[in-house]
Design a binder for this molecule. Structure first.
Ligand code: CAA
Length: 263
């Protein structure tokens, strides 16, 4: 399917979705969010895709936030619909059965920072900047930032950033645990694709189980999370990949995971 505001590519089991409105620093308008939701369903349905990478077109921006031109015209009911649309799309990243990596190549502000926070982890270019500057617009984050930033970097730091709208450098974001790795801008995609290929070489069932348990466990208490882990651990043993992984270890050879979901 051809999209106007995003680019979708897939090679060797790794899909890349590029936010592609560089003239507006890849700001998220309703049309882009609709296209992204559609592309994510395509990725979810394609068994050949093992990892998804999100990035922004151009050297300057990952996503500079929700589209302020659209926000400026919203009445409260429309704003609610817009926030729900953005949130549902970002939530879907966590529900996908494959890992999602944010390759943050520039500004990740407002909805862009929230998009990165919705990914499983973040690699950033040295030039990247993170922040939730909505306070400067007289609004608050609307795509999950108040909740996800607090959970990721702690409530005090999140409040300071949300109350001031201050931008963080990639290095500061790394120190706070918002970012896993900082790369030279020209090396960002190479590094992201290298980690994506490494992850894609693992068993599909165990990757899916690990993501699901970590994700769902965060929403409940520790005992519930641990019970989820026990069940998922047991379920992994029904997979060909578990047989292959454990047998390969015992036979002192590298495992060759086929990624099949059948037992
Ligand atoms: N929405 C719409 N257009 C945007 C945009 C946004 N979020 N961010 C940048 N643009 C547009 C600018 O209007 C400008 O367009 P024109 O060339 O037509 O004037 C173009 O992108 C380039 O931007 P600048 O000239 O401002 O570039 P700069 O280098 O001087 O500044 C910037 C870069 C600091 C990122 C600045 O553009 C900026 O502050 N952008 C807004 C960031 C922001 O407030 N994001 C939060 C949005 S609200 C939100 O996301 C709510 C939510 O949680 C759902």
């Amino acid at each position: 399917m051809a999209y106007e505001h995003i680019l979708v590519e897939a090679t060797e089991g790794i899909a890349t979705i590029t936010f592609n409105r560089p003239k507006a620093l890849n700001a998220l308008n309703r049309a882009l969010l609709g296209e992204l939701a559609c592309a994510l369903e395509g990725v979810a349905a394609d068994e050949a895709i093992r990892v998804l990478v999100l990035t922004g077109a151009g050297a300057k921006s990952f996503v500079a936030g929700a589209d302020i031109t659209e926000i400026n015209r919203l009445n409260p009911l429309e704003a609610k619909f817009f926030a729900r649309q953005g949130l549902a799309t970002i939530n879907r990243l966590g529900e996908l059965p494959i890992p999602v990596i944010a390759a943050v190549n520039g500004f990740a502000l407002g909805g862009g920072c929230e998009m990165a926070l919705g990914c499983d982890f973040v690699y950033a270019a040295e030039s990247a900047k993170f922040g939730l500057p909505e306070i400067n617009l007289g609004i608050i984050p609307g795509f999950g930032g108040t909740q996800r930033l607090s959970r990721r970097i702690g409530i005090g730091r999140a409040k300071e950033l949300i109350f001031t709208g201050r931008m963080l450098s990639a290095r500061e974001a790394l120190e706070m645990g918002l970012v896993n790795r900082v790369c030279a801008p020209e090396a960002l995609m190479t590094e992201c694709l290298a980690i994506a290929r490494l992850i894609a070489s693992k068993g599909r069932v165990s990757l899916r189980a690990a993501k699901q348990v970590i994700q769902q466990g965060l929403d409940g208490d520790l005992a519930t999370g641990l019970a989820l882990e026990t069940d998922a651990f047991a379920l992994c043993l029904a997979s060909q990949d578990a047989r292959e992984g454990t047998t390969a270890f015992l036979e002192k050879r590298p495992a060759s995971f086929q990624g099949t979901l059948t037992s």
